[in-house]
Design a binder for this molecule. Structure first.
Ligand SMILES: Cc1cc2nc3c(=O)[nH]c(=O)nc-3n(C[C@H](O)[C@H](O)[C@H](O)COP(=O)(O)O)c2cc1C
Length: 159
């Protein structure tokens, strides 16, 4: 069962999650594509697609939205799993629902909200200011849900 993982990441956390998932799958059967790179994804080569992105000011990366918009029909014919990295625990389900279309959420084998990280070293001045002010956090923080990444991988493996 060939699997394609497509993701977009702003400060590297979603990329790390995508790589963790990839390492748990059979390396001969999995390919990973960063949607911010120029690499094209030919979905016809894969039975399973995992899509991931993260939330900034309420929205997922536009590259994820475009990938979904351009490939909805093909995605509906694949085994699918969706994951989202974000830090606002109160809003996370709403953010998931607002950013992944209902059609795909319902078709998806596993919908994972995997937590996230604030990496201050990678933020610009405005981002640092916003996170301090809105989240009240002023140092790098990781709240990744590794168990949920495992659950997602197990679901696409059919376990
Ligand atoms: C400037 C900024 C804005 C953010 N806005 C939100 C938000 O609106 N909701 C949320 O749940 N998380 C928010 N986050 C948290 C990110 O989703 C989290 O840091 C995520 O792990 C980032 O993943 P990435 O490095 O792959 O982009 C924000 C983070 C930053 C730096």
């Amino acid at each position: 069962m060939k699997t394609l993982i497509v993701y977009a990441s702003s400060h590297g956390t979603t990329e790390r999650i995508a790589n963790i998932a990839m390492e748990k799958l059979d390396k001969n059967e999995v390919k990973i594509i960063n949607l911010k790179s120029k690499q094209k994804a030919d979905l016809s080569n894969y039975e399973t697609i995992i899509i991931g992105g993260s939330i900034h000011a309420g929205s997922i990366q536009r590259e994820v939205k475009k990938f979904i918009k351009d490939n909805t029909i093909a995605l509906m014919q694949k085994k699918l799993a969706l994951f989202l990295s974000c830090m606002n625990e109160k809003e996370e389900q709403l953010e998931f629902n607002n950013n992944y279309p209902e059609l795909l959420r319902n078709h998806s084998t596993y919908n994972a909200i995997v937590g996230g990280e604030f990496i201050f070293e990678k933020m610009n001045f405005i981002e640092k200011f916003l996170i301090r002010k809105i989240a009240g956090i002023s140092a790098s923080t990781s709240k990744l849900r590794y168990t949920e990444i495992d659950n997602l991988v197990n679901a696409v493996r059919g376990q």
